[in-house]
Ligand binder design. Structure first.
Ligand code: AMP
Ligand code: MG
Length: 325
């Protein structure tokens, strides 16, 4: 069985092709970068509509398969930006109808977790999902994927990008902040904002920006990472303790950060747990994870009618009917 998956929840447009053994036959992604400011949803959607067909063509070439060999078409149904989601969904519907193959709408956050389970020998991990728009701690419990903790305001990646924009760093700022932080040697006090199992980033962002005049950018970057990553690790560890889980998986673009990986590794080893992190292109938003989750769903009998393929900007992780587990 071969599944083609389309990702277009935000600034990335991706097409991935996977088989039943979770072999990635192709995983092509293109990213829209705003000329200034944050993502403009309609401009991002126009970018996806414009570049999407070429990404699809390239993915098909890389996989070395003909269109008729595709058994299932999957797409990210949400959560995400409406115009971007609709562009991907439209392409998926067109493919499904012309190829006469089933279509499956996938929850983007759950796909980040499932690709880790598919790639690694990990059975039931707690996922620390850290991306531009999302920050969630997710795990499977009592038949559903549940959110154990999440951001109360903005996603951590979004916070890093906003910080970077004020500091004249190129977009996306995460990798630059990581590099700067390595040269920081002074820890500056920033508000540590964990509320129960939830976290908040906007106060820290304001506090970090207020240090701009008096402190080195390296020290601010270092302190920003240390504080926010410690918050993430605390909530993740508490979810693991609550569930008695000995596996932790990282996902989302920010998961590529080596310092975050190191902090999670330390926490995991102290609990005799194992840590997994997918390679870069499978960490950030990509079509292969959508394809893999779609394949699991279809194998479990899910095929959506076109009338059920409306996108859902606020598609909640715990709204997913997990028929494949
Ligand atoms: P995603 O939304 O999952 O595609 O991830 C995009 C986000 O990941 C952006 O906000 C980037 O700034 C962030 N990001 C990418 N690489 C890194 C890194 N090495 N460290 C921190 N954040 C990163
Ligand atoms: Mg994502």
């Amino acid at each position: 069985m071969i599944c083609l998956g389309i990702e277009s929840t935000a600034h990335s447009f991706g097409v991935g092709i996977v088989d039943e053994q979770c072999r990635i036959l192709a995983n092509e992604t293109i990213m829209y970068s705003p000329k200034q400011g944050g993502i403009h949803p309609r401009e991002a959607a126009n970018h996806h509509a414009d570049k999407g067909p070429a990404v699809l063509k390239l993915a098909m070439e890389k996989a070395g398969i003909s269109k008729q060999e595709i058994d299932v078409v999957a797409f990210a149904q949400g959560p995400g930006l409406g115009p971007c989601l609709r562009t991907g969904a439209t392409m998926a519907r067109a493919l499904s109808l012309t190829l006469k193959k089933p279509i499956v709408g996938v929850n983007h956050c759950v796909a980040h977790l499932e690709i880790g389970r598919g790639m690694f020998d990990c059975q039931d991990p707690v996922l620390l999902y850290v991306s531009g728009g999302n920050t969630q701690v997710i795990a499977f419990a009592n038949g559903k994927y549940r959110v154990f903790g999440e951001t109360l305001d903005i996603g951590i990646g979004n916070m890093l990008d906003k910080f970077g924009r004020e500091m004249d760093m190129p977009f996306p700022a995460g990798p630059t902040i990581e590099k700067m932080a390595r040269d920081g040697d002074q820890y500056l006090d920033l508000p540590y904002s964990v509320k129960g199992m939830d976290i908040a980033f906007s106060g820290i962002l304001t506090a970090a920006l207020a240090k701009k005049e008096k402190h080195k950018i390296e020290d601010i970057s270092h302190s920003l990472q240390e504080t926010t990553f410690a918050m993430l690790v605390e909530v993740t560890e508490r979810a693991m303790a609550h569930l008695g889980t000995s596996e932790v998986l990282l996902g989302g673009g920010v998961a590529q950060n080596k310092r975050l990986q190191e902090m999670v590794t330390i926490m995991a080893s102290e609990r005799d747990a194992r840590m997994f992190v997918p390679p870069g292109p499978l960490c950030s938003d990509n079509g292969a994870m959508i394809a893999w989750n779609g394949l699991l769903m279809n194998k479990a009998g899910v095929a959506h009618d076109i009338s059920e393929t409306k996108v859902d900007q606020r598609y909640r992780t715990d709204d997913v009917d997990v028929v494949w587990r």
